[in-house]
Design a protein around this ligand. Structure first.
Ligand code: APR
Length: 257
């Protein structure tokens, strides 16, 4: 940790300590240290797959896209379910456990915040979860591990056993609506926050990426912890350049001592 980073961390910790409430928004960058690639860094997911194939109408209309999805998703899901939380995940869980983090809003669907012991009642998975599948017809849900085993067993495009419609991961595809309840919970907490902390996100995708602006407009201090640039760096009260796995534990250490 450089001296300048340490000074920023101490100031950020002071803001968290005096804040009426702190809300944190995480993105894929907090899980790269768990071995899960992010989307927009070099070599990230959108360097390897076409985001248009994750547009819900295209996906539903094309057996070829569905087949390709389930082929590559097997490795992707193995990576996610075997991943261990990063030091950043554990640090945020500690901050929450000690009452300094009112709500964690994550864009990630990997479940690593929960795996790090973060109270699930204090997490909003805005983009859903990779650990559950849902039927696009009747809405019934089943564990991803069960569908994973069926695809491993040769089912090329898994279908719902109740109604015969397509199954898809219970993660939000492009063009799909977010859960109104989850979004309003995230928006309300952001508007009441004294500190809004972004960790590991480019803030490229709305509405999640718009939460920092809502919080700032409502009076929050905006702290961004990220390796790469984000859309809101110029409007942040503080930007700490670095790995979430280094910065977040250092921040939590100062808050908790
Ligand atoms: N520490 C800090 N920052 C990191 C780290 C790390 N260890 N690893 C990567 N980053 C940064 C990258 O520099 C990048 O700016 O995290 C950011 C991740 O940005 P994206 O790849 O755009 O991921 P995210 O912001 O979560 O994307 C939002 O876009 O494609 C959709 O639904 C998808 O939820 C996703 C949404």
């Amino acid at each position: 940790m450089s001296d300048s980073q340490q000074k920023l961390i101490e100031q950020a910790a002071a803001w968290v300590l005096e804040s009426r409430s702190t809300v944190c928004l995480t993105g894929a960058g907090i899980s790269t240290e768990s071995g899960i690639p992010d989307f927009r860094s070099k070599g990230g997911i959108w360097d390897r797959f076409d985001p248009k194939d994750f547009e819900i109408r295209r996906w539903l209309a094309s057996e070829d896209i569905q087949r390709r999805y389930w082929e590559v998703a097997q490795d992707g899901y193995d990576l996610v379910r075997n991943a261990t939380p990063s030091k950043g995940h554990f640090a945020l869980a500690q901050l929450s456990l000690h009452g300094y983090l009112k709500l964690l809003v994550t864009q990630n669907t990997d479940g690593l915040h929960q795996k790090a012991g973060h109270d699930p009642d204090k997490i909003v998975e805005l983009h859903g979860t990779s650990h559950v599948c849902v039927c696009v017809g009747c809405g019934s849900k089943l564990l991803r591990s069960e569908v994973h085993a069926r695809v491993q067993g040769g089912e090329v495009i898994p279908k719902c056993e109740d109604c015969g419609c397509l199954l898809k991961p219970d993660a939000v595809f492009f063009g799909e609506g977010l859960s109104p309840e989850k979004l309003s919970r995230a928006v309300e907490a952001s508007k009441e926050a004294g500190v809004f902390l972004v960790a590991g996100s480019s803030l490229a995708v709305r509405p999640a990426g718009g939460l920092p602006e809502r919080a700032r407009r409502a009076g929050a201090r905006l702290i961004i912890v990220n390796e790469g640039p984000t859309r809101f760096d110029a409007r942040a009260d503080m930007r700490i350049q670095g790995k979430t796995g280094d910065v977040l534990p250092a921040l939590v250490d100062v808050v908790l001592t």
